[in-house]
Ligand binder design. Structure first.
Ligand code: CO
Length: 186
């Protein structure tokens, strides 16, 4: 799992609806641990499995950075959400240098399986609720650019074009590397 990398927009995995996880196995726990390490390395507060090319319903978060606030959510579901919403600035590790004021429910009640496969239910509010909603969006193929105002999207547009160009260049390089060369065939 040490070769996990955060994929960037417009990688198509970010737009897929992720599949539920059948059982919380050692493999799932290893993936979650690797995601937590990557999240800290990139100074994020949350990371969803599609962001590491795994289209499964798993996310990790730590809204404070304190060890006791580190959490793993498998197959999360929002059971209840407050009518009250708030707008605040959000970024995304898969959309570097793109930011927008995103409206989220202030409070949510969440169900999920924890790292031991046990059913948990918890109430989140304010910042942790915001992070969880951002990550659950990822599991449904939704990105912050889908929730930004037109004005913000216009500002982000140049950066998005750069990201698309960089993605295409990486894809082309990966394709070229796969093609056997004459030397390799000899
Ligand atoms: Co994100």
């Amino acid at each position: 799992m040490s070769d996990l990398e955060i994929v960037k927009y417009p990688d198509p995995v970010l737009r897929r609806v992720a599949k539920p996880i059948a059982a919380v196995t050692d493999e799932v726990r290893a993936l979650a641990s690797a995601m937590i390490a990557l999240m800290y390395k990139d100074k994020g507060v949350g990371l969803a499995a599609p962001q590491v090319s795994q289209s499964v319903r798993l996310f990790v978060m730590n809204p404070t950075g304190e060890p006791q606030d580190e959490r793993i959510f498998v197959n999360p579901q929002i059971l209840e959400k407050s009518k009250a919403k708030a707008k605040s600035n959000e970024g995304c590790l898969s959309l570097p240098d793109v930011n927008g004021k995103i409206e989220r429910h202030l409070k949510i009640r969440l169900s999920a399986l924890d790292a031991d496969g046990r059913e948990i239910e918890l109430d989140l509010e304010e910042f942790p609720a915001r992070v969880a909603q951002h990550e659950i969006d990822h599991l449904d193929g939704v990105l912050i650019i889908d929730r930004m105002s037109l004005a913000e999207k216009t500002i982000a547009d140049r950066k998005l074009k750069d990201l698309i160009r960089e993605y295409q260049q990486r894809e082309a390089a990966a394709q070229a590397a796969k093609k056997p060369t004459r030397a390799a065939k000899a």
